[in-house]
Design a protein around this ligand. Structure first.
Ligand SMILES: C[S@@+](CC[C@H](N)C(=O)[O-])C[C@H]1O[C@@H](n2cnc3c(N)ncnc32)[C@H](O)[C@@H]1O
Length: 254
């Protein structure tokens, strides 16, 4: 009886984990996410489960819809590279650079993007990156790991590295509604305590108003949208562009 149950459980788990095997040519038809998930087929079960859960719990395709179709794109804090693969598969005209300080995650990301000519990965921090003039920078669920001073320096550095007409896509979690924030905080506490997410210890979630103020201070104009209203997380996406000086906007200072 126990054997039957175990076999049934293994069968069910395999069913959940089995991503459809699609070639990268199928990416646009499937929205890219199925092809992106299929790139982790050769990984161990925990990683396949992790990227599948990430896909189910975060609005990656909605965020990808805001990424320019072409140009040089930096995915800052790319983790295992799921979003990096997604946007690279969606358009061959995007040159995507994934950056992350976790060597374990970058190793998985590199394997997952094997033979994808428009993706490369860099292990390290933003201040070690020797590239600039990005048409887009994406930062998905990274800022909460950094204290306020580090958040600001990171965004200021992004402002320096982004092209004049570039876009910064910043995905964070809001601190409201309280029940969604409680779920987010609990999950991220577990992830960092288990060492599954690299952190400096404390978590630093901020409200959307606080994140908007940080972006402004770093030299960006932004609008924020709710991108997860049916999910149990308070997902917010900031679409930020470099602020233009008053003179360039035709405004005369008094
Ligand atoms: C919650 S994961 C998000 C991964 C990926 N962006 C995603 O959306 O699936 C946070 C990532 O930020 C990375 N990270 C931590 N501190 C960082 C820093 N100072 N600069 C860039 N990335 C950092 C971690 O290694 C981790 O991969």
């Amino acid at each position: 009886m126990g054997g039957i149950l175990r076999r049934a459980a293994v069968h069910q788990l395999n069913h959940i984990l089995r991503a459809p095997r699609l070639s990268s040519g199928d990416a646009s038809r499937s929205g890219g996410i199925r092809a992106a998930l299929a790139r982790y087929d050769g990984e161990r079960a925990s990683i396949r489960l992790f990227v599948r859960a990430r896909h189910l719990l975060a609005p990656l395709e909605r965020i990808a819809a805001e990424v320019p179709q072409s140009g040089l794109i930096l995915d800052l804090g790319c983790g295992h590279g799921l979003f990096t693969n997604l946007i690279a598969l969606q358009s061959a005209a995007r040159q995507v650079v994934g950056l992350d300080p976790s060597s374990a995650k970058i190793a998985v990301a590199r394997r997952s993007s094997k033979n994808l000519p428009n993706v490369r990965y860099v292990l390290g921090y933003l201040n070690q990156l020797d590239m600039s003039d990005f048409n887009a920078i994406t930062i998905l669920d990274v800022l909460y790991l950094l204290p306020d001073g580090d958040k600001l320096s990171l965004l200021q550095r992004c402002r320096e590295l982004i092209a004049r007409d570039g876009v910064l896509l910043l995905k964070t979690n809001d601190t409201r509604p309280a029940w969604k924030y409680a779920i987010t905080r609990l999950q991220e506490r577990v992830m960092t305590r288990l060492g599954l997410t690299l952190s400096q210890g404390e978590l630093h979630f901020r409200s959307s108003e606080q994140n908007a103020a940080l972006l402004k201070q770093a030299g960006f104009d932004c609008r924020v949208i709710d991108v997860g209203n049916w999910l149990p997380y308070p997902h917010r996406l900031f679409i930020a562009t470099p602020s233009r000086p008053a003179a360039a906007r035709g405004v005369t200072e008094p």
